[in-house]
Design a protein around this ligand. Sequence first.
Ligand code: FAD
Ligand code: NAD
Length: 466
Amino acid sequence: MADLQAKLLIIGGGPGGYVAAIRAGQLGVDTVLVEKDALGGACLNVGCIPSKALIHAADEFYAVSRAASGTSNTGVRGLGASIDFSQTIAWKDGIVRRLTGGVGALLKKAGVKVIAGQADVIDGKTVAVGNGAQRQVITAETLLIASGATPIELPFLPFGGDVLSSAEALALTEIPRSMAIVGAGYIGLEIGCLYAKLGATITLIEAASRILPHYDEDLTKPVSARLKQLGVDALIETHAKGRAENGCGLIVEHRTGEQRLIEAEKILVAVGRKPALSGWGVADLGLAMNGPYVQIDDRCRTSMRGVYAIGDITGEPMLAHRAMAQGEMVAEIVAGLNRNWDKRAIPAICFTDPEIVSVGLSPDEARASAIDAKVGLFPFRANGRAMTIGRDDGFVRIVARSDNDVILGIQAVGAGVSELAASFGLALEMGCRLQDIAGAVHAHPSLGEAVQEASFAALGRAMHMA
Ligand code: FAD
Ligand code: NAD
């Protein structure tokens, strides 16, 4: 006999699970959500939000340091820069508490029953939480798995001591003097840039032939240039091999076989994340898999009737906003609405310095899909707003079909471009043509004008470019 019954049972209270729960509750679906750790998942507790808070603090510190050293072009000078890092961490933790508390309140308002504890899957409709006298069995018509992902560990660099995952790297109590970072992807670069600005000596160790291999080289070049300015040593085509014999530092090996010892107070391992699917019975359901990820269809249905999966366990792109959009969709399907995944694009932002935004197809991807495409590019060095914020590196790029000017993709790299992501996504979702963006009045002075100019450029009539 079940202790509790529900129409929808959600495992995991991250962005996927909690959004599904709120939407289901809004639609009157009797919903239970089980979370073993903290509401908000990786995103709010150890991921998106903590990293962006520390990136902001590091930017502030870096600007003050430049003013104090007399190197700011604006003429702003200061007497000195210092940072109370424990206050920085407390400030970051306060933001996390506000947001996770807010999620709890929203779930309550939506009438969702939240159960704290690990869900152990018994079958596709039954889950147990807790042990002994505390054990509670829950049955539901529909099971939604949203258990997220955890950092991949390298066997010769197990997490612990001075070897950190991103979670520990975002919760340090002191700024390390030096940090070796294995993996120059999203996490390695976001955290690497921030600690470099806080004064740490950073060495990136990347196996691929360039940093951020998920993005095309034109987008990553301005980031590489900035890393040089920040004094970051980026070792490419290089693998971590193991600890030095005395336990200090890290031995790395270049493709040519040349080995080097990197002395570092901390080692951050950021070589990707793996779906959290082991140790709690879900693997025994025998769901069809897509590599390491749970296979889903365009409604996030798994191979077992009545069992849905969303978020990081369903594979790339492992992004919070994808998990949320999937969660909202599944909740509506469970409530009886006719929904399927019909999104044209999922924006991606890398919060490096400068930031990178990418939505839809890059020029190379359009070519690889045998689409005849044209490209319009506008550099920020010709954009007034970029100059007035003291950063004119980077550009906006638009990719459109040659035959009808329908926009296939928009990318940008530059300081502050993350806030352009919404307009890029909207343009793709609405099926805009170049003429739609070119014909819309863009406020001056703004970085957004570069988007209009890139459209003009693709139409062969750039206005502010010689
Ligand atoms: P999660 O957020 O991982 O949530 C899963 C939840 O399920 C967890 O709370 C976990 O405790 C719980 N759970 C697991 N198993 C059980 C069980 N058996 N019983 C009960 N509960 C269980 N994405 C972005 O879009 N933008 C960013 O800027 C960004 N920055 C990031 C920075 C870092 C350092 C990291 C690590 C990630 C970042 N991400 C970012 C990725 C983002 O955090 C994830 O894509 C997102 O959190 C995935 O949501 P999810 O709901 O699938 O899983
Ligand atoms: P990632 O896939 O972005 O980068 C991992 C990097 O490690 C790759 O460049 C890979 O070539 C390299 N690598 C792998 N094995 C290696 C080895 N043995 N030695 C040296 N290099 C090696 O993964 P991540 O940075 O760990 O981030 C995980 C996921 O979290 C991302 O895929 C992303 O979905 C999400 N995330 C998103 C954001 C954001 O949206 N701004 C920020 C952080 C994380």
